[in-house]
Design a protein. Structure first.
Length: 595
């Protein structure tokens, strides 16, 4: 959440800062701001809403000559998305930007107010700049004042601060929020992720937690762990699609094949960087993740228990570390994350590491914090996912988990060669099933107009179709703002069925190849109570008000991937009809780096 960028050099400061913020806008789009300091002048612009508003506001502004600059795109945590609450936050002669949460800001604010500091915002961040200037007023030099300030903060942060007292430096601190410093021909560049740095910086240092210091034009070489930065950004463009989300749904067949490439061949599964002995002695698995990645983890549980025959727990990251979990010595900890920066998941890994358990990341972003924290990684190869509502990342996470469970099943002798071969054939066929046909998309577009009202949606399914039901409900609520819930279909009769009436839409996931008769009975129970039923299936179901047909498949996993696409498009088309910004839905952000 929140994206931060910084620059030191002679170039037009606005250019890198605004370009960088554009790259980071997925992290938050409640407001944005920029501050430049050159020729002794500290100038700040802020605007509420998307970055375009800030770009408009400072379109005539230029800053020539040597100077420093910082920029921020905000996902609101403390205080509404107003201009006053937008970063940078300003004291007398300094500006600060921050990603994260300062947990003890209230007590610091009270103390500073008593000393005469006047606050303009409701944010936690503003205390940082006042505390810094307070220490300066006590006679400390800038670095000492910054160190003391950071020493008083509790919580998660990536902080950049500039001050007229030292106009050639950016002061930085990092704890549990990502921060990267790069050097290129044009000067020094800072950002929350490496995407904004590409094309500007040639070498980078990924800062570790606890990093605290200042950067100027001369001291980059003293940073730890400097690496060359790949320059192939792989710009994501909409390429004729209405939204990135739509494009990403269409990309799924390609990225699923990409995810399998080099890992699945000649009746065998292997992973480039993982040897079989990594799994020696593993007696239990815990999968930890949030949101859509958690749903992929739930699918993983069914697959790992079915094929690898290893008991698997799935936990929500934000619940995990505060719940006094009991870890077995032989337990493998798998963290799943698209972004690799989700703080809840990252902190769960950090909680587990001191116990000495093996850790494995299933992640879409190489070099991300989660990848760096885990012992081993399986990259999901979905490519850049821009839509806040995750689609292709989910598809590739499920595929990696399916490959992993088949792989473990084969090395442990729980699956015969024939069974491994069958799974591989099903994997290839499943990737094919995610090719979107114009006919199906058109049908969903038409169907969507009947589902814009009502008092809610139930998505129901069994086995792996239960997490798919949860995921489909999440997709719908994220972008349409309609109420939707996912349920195991057999659970409806234990309570939720009380809500059934004609204004309750039930989307029933009815795979031909897995427990069809069981789910059919559950849907009939709802149909008998006049719920409006949309059946997603290859088989006609007489009790349905609407049929969303998927093609006839030869395995339940093919049906899984086919239904996944149909239901992603269903959510997309409903949201478009409701006039919502599908790629940047209200209140959300792509990368969630606060607890
Ligand atoms: O980057 P991660 O996979 O760790 O993110 C986890 C969730 O925040 C994410 O899946 C979220 O639920 C998405 N908006 C789902 O569409």
């Amino acid at each position: 959440m929140c994206g931060i960028v910084g620059y030191i050099g002679n170039n037009e400061k606005k250019d890198f800062i605004l370009n960088g913020l554009r790259e980071l806008e997925y992290r938050g789009y409640d407001s944005a701001g920029i501050a430049t300091l050159s020729n002794g002048e500290l100038i700040t612009y802020k605007a509420v809403g998307k970055l375009i508003n800030l770009e408009q506001k400072c379109k005539d502004f230029t800053s020539t000559g040597f100077g420093v600059a910082i920029g921020h795109t905000r996902w609101a945590t403390h205080g509404k998305p107003t201009e006053a609450n937008a970063h940078p936050h300003i004291a007398e002669f300094s500006n600060v930007i921050h990603n994260g949460i300062i947990e003890n800001y209230k007590e610091l604010k009270e103390r500073l107010e008593k000393k005469g500091h006047y606050f303009l915002s409701q944010t936690d961040t503003e205390v940082i700049v006042h505390l810094f200037e307070d220490y300066l007023n006590d006679g400390l030099d800038c670095f000492e004042a910054f160190k003391r300030t950071i020493g008083e903060l509790r919580g998660a942060y990536a902080i950049l601060l500039i001050t007229k007292k030292e106009p050639d430096k950016i002061f930085y601190a990092k704890n549990a929020s990502p921060l990267i410093i790069g050097r290129g021909e044009g000067g020094i560049y800072l950002a929350s992720s490496d995407a904004p740095l590409m094309g500007y910086a040639q070498e980078v240092s990924y800062l570790e937690d606890g990093a605290l210091g200042y950067i100027d034009l001369h001291n980059f070489s003293s940073l730890p762990n400097i690496k060359q930065l790949p320059q192939n950004k792989g710009y994501a463009q909409k390429e004729g699609f209405r939204y990135f989300m739509e494009k990403e749904i269409y990309e799924q067949s390609g990225v699923l094949l990409e995810t399998m490439m080099g890992r699945v061949s000649e009746g065998k599964i292997s992973f480039e960087n993982l040897s079989a002995d990594f799994f020696d002695g593993i007696g239990e698995i815990t999968i930890c993740a949030c949101g859509t990645s958690y749903h992929a983890g739930m699918v993983g549980k069914y697959l790992l228990e079915r094929y690898a025959k290893i008991k698997t727990n799935v936990v929500i990251a934000s619940e995990y570390r505060y719940s006094s979990p009991v870890l077995r010595e032989d337990e493998l900890f798998i963290a799943i994350s698209q972004s690799g920066e989700t703080l809840d998941t990252l902190e769960a890994i950090k909680f587990v590491k001191p116990f000495g358990n093996k850790t494995l990341a299933i992640c879409n972003v190489d070099n991300s914090s989660i990848v760096r924290e885990c012992d081993e990684v399986l990259l999901t190869r979905a490519g850049i996912e821009k839509g806040v509502a995750s689609t292709k990342a989910f598809a590739t996470q499920v595929m990696v988990l399916w490959m992993l469970s088949t792989y473990i099943g084969s090395i442990r002798g729980n699956l015969s060669q024939k069974e491994v071969q069958k799974n591989i054939e099903d994997m290839v066929a499943s990737a094919k099933r995610t090719e979107i046909s114009a006919k199906m998309h058109e049908k969903i577009k038409r169907l969507s107009k009947r589902y814009l009202h009502g008092h809610g949606f139930f998505f129901i399914g069994r086995d792996v179709f239960y997490p798919l039901a949860l995921e489909s409900a999440l997709k719908l609520k994220e972008i349409s703002y309609l109420h939707a819930e996912g349920y195991p279909s057999g659970e409806m009769k234990h309570g939720p069925i009380a809500l059934a009436d004609s204004e309750l839409f039930t989307v029933a996931l009815m795979p031909e190849h897995l427990l069809y008769e069981k789910i059919k009975s559950n849907v009939e129970e709802l149909s008998a109570r006049d719920a409006t039923i949309c059946a997603v299936s290859a088989l006609e179901f007489e009790g349905a008000d609407d049929m969303l047909y998927i093609p006839s498949c030869s395995s339940y996993m093919e049906e899984f991937f086919s239904m996944m696409c149909a239901l992603q498009l269903f959510a997309l088309e409903i949201a478009i009809r409701l006039g919502n910004d599908v790629d940047m839905p209200r209140n959300l952000a792509k990368s969630v780096t606060v607890e």
